[in-house]
Design a protein around this ligand. Structure first.
Ligand code: GRF
Length: 189
C-alpha cells in the first residue's frame, strides 16, 4: 500500500517509522522543516507544498492548498496518508479523496485537549496524566475513530518540552505499529 507521511516539524516520528522499516512512498511537508531532510537522507521522495504560497488577499486559501495536496498525492498513487506533526488543517476535498484513509497522532488522550496547545493545556489544567491518541482524521479537528491511545504520567517538574518528549516516545513506538495494522485491515477489506 502506497503510504505518504505528512510533516511540518522535526520529524522525529518520521525517523521512528523509517527505523521501523515502514515502507514510505512519499514525505510531504507544508513548510521547510527538518522532516524533509530526514526523508531526503533516507532516500524517500520528499515534496514541499508550501502553505505560504497559497495566500489570496493576504489570507490562507485552505481549499486551494488542500486541492493541490490531493492532486500531488493522487498523481503519485498514494493510498494511505499519515500525518505526523503536520500543522495545516485540510478542508473537504481531502476527506472526499481519502475518506477513512487519513491517520493522525495527537499528543493528548482525546477527546481531552484538542488543538495545537494540547501539551501546554494538559499542564495548565494540572492533569495527572495525559498521553497520545492515534485516530482516523476527519473534517472535524482531532476527532474521528480512535485506533490507539497510551497514557503518560505528568510529573510535578514537567515542562511542555519534557512532557511532550515522553509523549513522543510513546508515539514513536505506537504509530508505526498502528499504521501497519491499519494497512493490513485495509488491504483485506
Ligand atoms: C507529535 O507529538 C504529534 O502528536 C504532534 O506533533 C508531534 C510531532 O513530532 N501532532 P515530530 O515533529 O515528529 O518530532
Amino acid at each position: 500500500m502506497k503510504l505518504a507521511i505528512l510533516v511540518s516539524g522535526t520529524g522525529s516520528l518520521l525517523e521512528a517509522m523509517i527505523k521501523d522499516g515502514l515502507p514510505i512512498a512519499l514525505v510531504l511537508a507544508d513548510r521547510k522543516c527538518r522532516g524533509l531532510d530526514v526523508a531526503k537522507n533516507a532516500g524517500i521522495p520528499a515534496l514541499l507544498v508550501a502553505r505560504k504560497d497559497f495566500r489570496t488577499d493576504g489570507a490562507f486559501d485552505r481549499d486551494a492548498y488542500t486541492k493541490k495536496v490531493v492532486e500531488e498525492l493522487q498523481s503519485r498513487g498514494i493510498e494511505l496518508v499519515a500525518m505526523a506533526g503536520f500543522m495545516t488543517v485540510f478542508s473537504k476535498p481531502m476527506f472526499g479523496a481519502y475518506d477513512g484513509r487519513i491517520l493522525n497522532t495527537h499528543p493528548s488522550l482525546l477527546p481531552e485537549y484538542k488543538g495545537e496547545q494540547a501539551v501546554a493545556d494538559a499542564l495548565a489544567a494540572g492533569a495527572k496524566e495525559t498521553g497520545c491518541t492515534i485516530h482516523v482524521a476527519t473534517l472535524k479537528l482531532d476527532d474521528g475513530h480512535i485506533l490507539a491511545q497510551e497514557k503518560v504520567r505528568v510529573s510535578p517538574n514537567d515542562t511542555v518540552e519534557t512532557l511532550w518528549e515522553r509523549i513522543k516516545q510513546k508515539e514513536r513506538r505506537l504509530y508505526p505499529q498502528v499504521i501497519r495494522d491499519f494497512e493490513k485491515r485495509l488491504s483485506k477489506s
